[in-house]
Design a binder for this molecule. Sequence first.
Ligand code: ADP
Ligand code: ADP
Ligand code: ZN
Length: 228
Amino acid sequence: MRLVLLGPPGAGKGTQARVLGELWGIPQIASGDLLRAVVRENSALGREAASYMDRGQLVPDEFVLKLVAERLQKPDAQKGFILDGFPRNVAQAEALATGLERAGLKLDKVVAVMLPDEEVVKRISGRRTCRNCAAMYHVTFEPPAKAGVCDKCGGQLYQRDDDAEQTVRERIKVYHAMTQPLLDHYRRLGLLAEVDGIGRLDEVENRILAAVGGSAAPAGARVGRARS
Ligand code: ADP
Ligand code: ADP
Ligand code: ZN
């Protein structure tokens, strides 16, 4: 399976990509996670990337394309992948298609997880992320068993700097201007399915599974934090 998850910030792309990646035995590749790893190294490039991320702007394509291309070369991505947060504009989508074509590959599906702007703000303002394994929680909707501690690895949960409300508003604008046109792009290619991002985690998961032509996951096959 070679899948792209599209949708505004907070739609649940990362949460769903993790569950589905475990279900299918393929990696979740999140451009935001790749970028945050570079930022943590505190190199000159990392600091430059952070200057865009802190403002809610897109990091320049050249930088993101290189990071994602390197990640896609790794052995674990050869049997498939779930891209989350990439591509973010039409130029990135075209670069991805060209890169896959060169390897004789193509995307199987693009699923857009839809969420209205007012829900985006609620989701993002309560989001907490694990410093160690990047798992996502929500203080109200998906709280960890113990406040501030990751259920999966015991890591510390934190609030991303760019999850502050003012930056979220900017990210929503950037989404509408740069990323939303990708829906039409992939619709024209016959790859797009849209699913409603509102509902329980397992409901959204089953919508995505239906959209990619699979059946609903049996409860026992589901791993990770998905609850029923
Ligand atoms: P979210 O899913 O909440 O929007 P991400 O972790 O995907 O957050 O992205 C966080 C930030 O990282 C973005 O606001 C942007 O600055 C940068 N970023 C992530 N992916 C890309 C990309 N594909 N192209 C450019 N910038 C990106
Ligand atoms: P994205 O990767 O699209 O930016 P995330 O997966 O990080 O989104 O989810 C954003 C926030 O919303 C997180 O705090 C997450 O725990 C929460 N969340 C994800 N899916 C749902 C859902 N179906 N219902 C309620 N909250 C959710
Ligand atoms: Zn963790």
